[in-house]
Design a protein around this ligand. Structure first.
Ligand code: HAM
Length: 417
């Protein structure tokens, strides 16, 4: 016998009953975010690698270590998308969507790919839903999208979340801050771990992410970005905070928050959950006022967030998604198969979920099959029913049975399913 082919490391297959939670979540995303006039956008799963190098930043971990990059047969350098913001901006520029769609607000749901070490809540193919808003500079948008993220998670039943906010400044104030940070880190270099020593000159903000307790204690005293914001960034951040109060969103200021993608300017935020262990970030996002320009578009600002759907699903483990009611059509004798098939057709045409066993020999086996598909009702065609043009309906949970005329069937279905 040949050996089995398995799914690649870091990927999972999704099927019933787990898939019910995914469908529940996807339905909620679509209905909830339509309140804010988001429209769905679907971009390709692979893009030119250059998009992510320029968009996310060539020095980031995502671009340096985590991208699935390959050459196609014509030698094009392509990458499976590690995130979707760069793609949505690319698509908006390429398709001139700012002139086509107003408001320019997009949501997406789909798989992303990062070559990371798989663990609980972390996969190599994972799923995000996200939103992006283009062309709106107002700090009220920042507050609105943070509000919508928190409120959405609460509405689907996720509790115990913490929302952290920060401002990461802009190309005017961040270089000034980074100089101060590098100077402070250099002064303590000999006490930092090897990895942090290396980061001082490659990606100093990442020192704040170090899990080493000693490094964390030392970086506690490092200068904070919020102390170095330029006037524009500072005013913007103050207005975001006051708008968040109006919308009654509770947030915690975390000036040490580091986002893993380089495009952020001004507001950045993250929602974490105490219940998730090491991979506790459920959702992250922020403003990216220069990404359009960096990708060859005009002077258009943007802001958005994305959430890890696997991590949300981990929170929904106790959720009971009510299964739609199913009907199993049962016949007493093989000669009634045509009548049963016709009854199925009637049910399908009316929009109900129904199935029958095509070559059943006896009723007992059909009832067993009905239980196996968790049918709510069995519709039975026996000798009497076929002769009298009726159908008997058995409620599979109460085991009660009633007989209806065929013409009464439609109103019975409307009342019971
Ligand atoms: P991100 O913080 O890189 O942001 O990812 C957002 C969320 O995706 C994370 O908070 C986490 O829940 C989930 N996630 C990331 N990597 C994995 C993984 N390997 N396995 C499972 N879940 C994962 C972005 O991607 C930005 N594009 C968000 C954004 C949109 N910013 C502005 N607009």
């Amino acid at each position: 016998m040949s050996s089995k082919v398995t799914a690649p490391k870091g990927t999972v297959d999704l099927f019933s009953p787990q898939i019910n939670k995914w469908q529940f979540l996807e339905d909620k995303i679509r209905s909830y975010f339509s309140r804010f006039l988001y429209q769905e956008i679907r971009t390709p799963v692979f893009e030119h690698s250059e998009l992510f190098q320029r968009g996310i930043g060539s020095e980031t971990e995502v671009v340096q270590k985590e991208m699935y990059t390959f050459k196609d047969k014509a030698g094009r350098n392509l990458t499976l998308r590690p995130e979707n913001t760069a793609s949505v901006v690319r698509s908006t520029i390429e398709n001139n969507l700012l002139n086509e769609i107003f408001p320019a607000r997009f949501f997406y749901i789909g798989p992303m790919f990062r070559y990371e070490k798989p663990q609980k809540g972390r996969q190599r193919q994972f799923h995000q839903f996200g939103i992006e808003v283009f062309g709106d500079k107002s700090p009220r948008v920042d507050a609105e999208i943070i509000y919508s993220a928190v409120n959405f998670l609460e509405e689907i039943g996720i509790r115990e979340i913490q929302t952290e906010i920060n401002s990461v400044g802009c190309p005017v104030c961040r270089p000034v801050y980074l100089e101060k940070l590098i100077a402070a880190a250099e002064a303590k270099a000999q006490d930092l771990c090897n990895e942090c020593q290396r980061k001082i000159h490659t990606n100093p903000l990442r020192i704040f992410d170090c899990k080493n307790e000693k490094c964390a204690a030392i970086s506690e005293d490092f200068p904070k970005i919020t102390e170095y914001l330029c006037e524009e960034c500072d005013t913007h951040f103050e207005q975001v905070k006051s708008s968040l109060e109006i919308l009654q969103v509770k947030t915690v200021l975390n000036p040490r928050m580091v986002r893993g993608l380089d495009y952020y300017t001004k507001t950045a935020f993250e929602i974490t959950s105490g219940q998730l262990g090491a991979q506790n970030a459920i959702l992250g996002g922020g403003r990216y006022d220069n990404l359009f320009r960096d990708l060859g578009g005009g002077d258009v600002v943007g802001i958005g967030f994305a959430a890890g759907m696997e991590r949300i699903i981990l929170h929904l483990q106790d959720l009971e998604v009510p299964a739609p009611k199913k009907i199993f059509v049962i016949y007493q004798d093989p000669s009634f198969q045509d009548a049963a098939h016709a009854l199925c057709e009637r049910l399908w045409r009316l929009g109900y979920r129904a199935i029958m066993e095509y070559d059943a020999k006896n009723m007992k086996k059909q009832f067993k099959k009905g239980d196996k598909v968790s049918a709510a009702y069995s519709f039975i065609l026996g000798e009497d029913e076929v002769r009298d043009n009726t159908v008997s309906i058995k409620d599979m949970s109460t085991r009660q049975q009633e007989t209806l005329k065929q013409e009464e069937l439609e109103s019975w279905l409307k009342n019971n399913i």
